[in-house]
Ligand binder design. Structure first.
Ligand code: CTP
Length: 405
């Protein structure tokens, strides 16, 4: 997707680490979601990914020094005109240069002139990350208002593993979009010390070993809830039904298949939670009979499908709510959204209900969402169409306010 007029302008700084190859995916995800991205690699980064790749993927020329195209004063213009500077990967050396206010290449100069939010995603070997020099530099950058993400734990360049991996590109882009929407201060750890349990995805109710009754939920809204809660400091348990996304770094993920499995996992985890969010699409009914072998078509007419009711997990958790606990439901509606939402809020007994209008190309399998959030006191907060992370943040704003009452 080409960035249109008014598209958010992102400078993607890339410093010289092996994780530079992952920045290609970050760039692709940003441009595909309508961002105008200029890549500013360091000279060392070009040893890992060449300028031609960055130019082709971004649609903009690429330079590493302040001398090319000097008439356009790129070392000042890029920083001044950006809405966000995202450095991924940020090496120990790049962060050290930024701390000292160096301007010895285009990326360092851009960091000096940027007045917009700056996010750095460090990636390096564990020894470098834990070195007192890097620890001090990260602390200095954070004091100055730069959002320095913690690296993920996992396999590093060689055969070793530990803390130092660049987080998943999808997670980096989610953070970038949230910072564009809310600023760095909007990501304060207001859920620190809180345990939140989130359900995501869609249950599948087997008919036989190869067929099931399912729904179109991708789990992306639940993932956005988990990622935003993690970055706001919460301890996160994610109960995921049939979601093909990778585990968000730092969450405890419990994979389930059916509504009954989701029921058991949610009931067990909800007991000790400060907040429970039921974002999953749970099947209301399951086939009365699950055949152990594949049902054959045979020669006669098919047997009618007999269904039995599944437990209503949200209603059960709301009924057993502890004082101070906050329970949030989601509602998928195709028509009479507000009236159906109000009736559902009352019948489920939850504190907040996020009502989505769903249908073809709405709500499911997309990165964007819009909703109305209802509560029993008459709140009807409209959340305009935007990234699922933005809706997730609004949910956490409301939950956080209720938790601190
Ligand atoms: N839900 C649940 N257990 C079920 C069905 C739904 O916990 N057996 C939860 C969902 O996770 C969601 C909320 O209830 O948070 C509303 O789900 P929705 O599908 O919109 O409503 P239903 O209760 O299924 O009602 P209906 O299908 O009649 O609209």
């Amino acid at each position: 997707m080409a960035a249109g007029p008014g598209a958010p302008r992102v400078v993607l700084g890339v410093s010289g680490g092996i994780a530079a190859y992952k920045a290609c995916e970050v760039l692709r995800l940003l441009t595909e979601s309508g961002h105008d991205v200029v890549v500013v690699p360091t000279e060392a980064a070009l040893n890992f990914v060449g300028a031609a790749t960055w130019e082709a993927l971004s649609g903009h020329p690429v330079s590493t020094d302040v001398w090319s195209d000097a008439a356009a004063v790129p070392h000042v213009r890029l920083g001044q005109s950006a809405d966000l500077v995202l450095v991924a990967p940020a090496t120990a050396d790049l962060m050290a240069r930024a701390v000292h206010g160096r301007a010895d290449d285009l990326l360092a100069a851009t960091l000096l002139t940027a007045r917009c939010p700056v996010v750095m995603a460090p990636a390096m070997h564990t020894e470098m990350w834990e070195h007192p020099a890097t620890v001090d530099n990260v602390a200095a950058l954070r004091r100055r208002g730069i959002l320095v993400l913690d690296p993920a734990v996992g396999r590093l360049t060689g055969s070793d593993s530990g803390r130092g991996r660049l987080p998943d590109p999808v997670e980096l882009v989610a953070v970038a979009r949230r910072v564009l929407a809310r600023g760095v201060d909007g990501l304060r750890p207001d859920l620190s010390g809180r345990r939140v349990v989130i359900s995501a995805g869609g249950t599948r109710e087997p008919l036989d070993p190869v067929r099931y009754l399912g729904n179109r939920s991708s789990g992306r809204q639940g993932w956005a809830l988990a990622q935003t809660a993690l970055s706001r400091g919460a301890e996160v348990v994610l109960v995921a039904a049939n979601v093909s996304l990778g585990d968000p770094a730092g969450a405890k993920v419990i994979r389930v298949g059916t509504a009954a499995q989701m029921h058991d996992a949610m009931r067990a985890e909800a007991a000790a939670a400060d907040a429970v969010v039921m974002a999953a699409a749970v099947a209301d009914f399951r086939p009365a009979v699950r055949h152990d072998t594949k049902v054959k078509k045979g020669g006669s007419d098919p047997e009618p499908l007999v269904l039995v009711r599944n437990a209503d997990i949200l209603a059960e958790i709301s009924a057993d709510k502890r004082p101070g606990q906050v329970v949030v439901g989601f509602a998928a509606e195709t028509n009479d959204v507000l009236a159906n939402g109000r009736a559902k809020l009352a019948s489920k007994g939850c504190d907040l209900l996020v009502v989505n209008e769903v249908g073809d190309r709405r709500g499911f399998e997309t990165a964007d969402n819009e909703a109305v959030i209802l509560d029993a006191d008459g709140l009807a907060l409209e959340v305009p169409r935007g990234p699922k992370e933005a809706l997730a943040d609004t949910v956490w704003d409301l939950v956080s306010a209720r938790l601190s009452r």
